[in-house]
Design a protein around this ligand. Structure first.
Ligand code: XIL
Length: 478
């Protein structure tokens, strides 16, 4: 992999030359499957952020501080998006231009803008081989390790409480078939630099979700397998990681992979959130529109896919503007890709309450240790429900997914009982309210997944240490 220079002459860790220069003339090369039709639902939102929020997710964009004085840009930003990522302003070169001197003015402009408009903020990125300040580029060994850890600590502390999720480490794996770490000055400080960065970030901002973020990991391949193995290992050893970001920069040479959803799902099955962090898809017209819709559909089909960020607002704002890869044209008009994205958000499979006849998730690629389907049927007539559990277990820990099926009367709410084996402790849970973490544990619905129609299914999950539970959970409906 030879890193390339971006248009400002800095090293960026993204692919080889022709790829970025590519302009999609042959839309057919990106065509995948049949044209998709998304009929908006009655409760459809009319902006990307509102529609994503209806599905319990965010829809964000990368923001450049120097565009916050552009009224067209800000108008779209405030209308459409409920999450922002600083495109460059939180990177190492921007926040610590000389060692020990921190500079947050531009990042603060973005954070303050977001907060005053009710938008959440993703932090990007604490430790990365690219866009390092010159002084760090020239460092090595213990001095660099300590400088990196100090940087992580200082920046995460400064923004403590304001960042929903941090890209703690960005692009640490190499492209190609080896599944190796990328060579970099950080990597040469020792293979444990990634976990050291995550531990420092957790200590500095315990409330932020901590993500690993990369590109060319969107489908299953040697690189994503290597990231998967790292996340699995971190989970097993208690290294604090909460999410994996999939940059999702697509074009003809790197199209939306056919196993995109399955790949994101297998990461989610490890007990981390997944997020689409830098989405852009070169192209135009219907082909581009369908590709955006596919990405949105994949995220909506995965319970733990918590949101999507596009890497800029108008095509002309893009770091690869010649590929017209975004949702608004240079004048700020909505493109076909905008409409398909909005429609997909409004109509896409809602993973939280998926009708059983239309499963929208592919089975995990690593078969979980599953229990058989329920042998009990919901009580007839009453407001019953049933539940099954499946586990993804490793030595010392596990992730359990519980599938709740409403009985013939549907539910207004539900409560699930699970008995944990002795020595087993739940460390976190999602899409549920939990009481207790050892022995007999009760889970109840949260606001958005209690109301189920007859036969409808919803899923929630939890993670624990020790042995995974087994058997059939109890289910009581209200
Ligand atoms: C890009 C920015 O969009 C450009 O403005 C900058 O010149 C180079 O970096 N992967 C990442 C992002 O994680 O930070 C990169 O952003 C795009 C690739």
């Amino acid at each position: 992999m030879s890193d390339k220079k971006d248009r400002r002459g800095r090293q960026v860790g993204l692919r080889s030359g022709p790829r970025l220069a590519l302009v999609l003339g042959t839309a057919a090369t990106l065509a995948v499957g049949a044209t998709m039709v998304f009929a908006p639902t009655a409760s459809a939102g009319t902006t990307l952020g509102a529609s994503a929020a209806e599905k319990g997710r965010y829809f964000g964009t990368a923001v450049a501080a120097n565009k916050l004085s552009d009224s067209t840009y800000v108008g779209i930003l405030n209308r459409e998006f409920n999450s922002v990522t600083a495109e460059n302003e939180m990177k190492w070169d921007a926040t610590e231009p000389s060692q020990g001197n921190f500079s947050y003015a531009n990042a603060d402009r973005i954070v303050n803008h977001a907060r005053s408009n009710g938008q959440q903020v993703r932090g990007h990125a604490l430790a990365w081989h690219s866009q390092q300040p010159g002084w760090a580029q020239n460092m090595s060994g213990t001095a660099l390790r300590n400088a990196m850890l100090n940087h992580v600590t200082q920046v995460a502390t400064y923004y403590r409480g304001k960042i929903v999720a941090w890209d703690v480490v960005n692009e640490a794996f190499a492209d190609g078939g080896g599944g190796n770490r990328r060579d970099s000055n950080l990597q040469r400080t020792g293979n444990d630099w990634i976990e050291a960065a995550f531990r420092a970030a957790r200590a500095a901002d315990p409330g932020a979700k901590l993500c690993y973020n990369d590109y060319n990991t969107d489908g299953q391949n040697a690189k994503s397998n290597a990231v998967y193995a790292m996340v699995q290992d971190f989970k097993a050893r208690g290294v604090p990681i909460d999410c994996v970001g999939f940059q999702s920069h697509f074009n003809a040479q790197s199209p939306v992979p056919s196993d995109y959803q399955a790949n994101l799902q297998r990461f989610a099955n490890l007990g981390v959130d997944v997020q689409i962090t830098e989405l852009d898809i070169e192209g135009s017209g219907t082909t581009q529109a369908n590709n955006f819709a596919r990405v949105v559909q994949a995220c909506l089909a995965i319970t733990r896919c918590t949101g999507i960020t596009v890497w800029g607002i108008r095509d002309t704002d893009s770091w690869r503007a010649s590929g017209t890869p975004l949702l608004f044209d240079g004048s700020g008009n909505k493109k076909a890709a905008y409409t398909s994205t909005l429609n997909a958000l409004n109509s896409g499979g809602n993973p939280i309450t998926t009708p059983p006849t239309q499963p929208t998730t592919n089975p995990p690629t690593t078969p979980p240790t599953t229990t058989p389907p329920p042998t009990t049927t919901p009580p007839p007539g009453g407001a019953g429900c049933s539940a099954t559990l499946s586990n993804n277990a490793w030595n010392g820990g596990y992730v359990t997914t519980i599938r709740v099926t409403a009985g013939s009367s549907g539910t207004n709410g539900w409560t699930i009982g699970v008995t944990l084996p002795s020595g087993s402790t739940i460390t976190n849970a999602w899409n549920t309210n939990r009481s207790g973490n050892t022995g007999s544990v009760q889970f109840s619905n949260v606001a958005y997944n209690g109301r189920l129609t007859a036969g409808q299914v919803t899923e929630f999950g939890f993670q624990g240490t020790g042995n995974a539970p087994s058997g059939t959970p109890t289910c009581a409906a209200s």
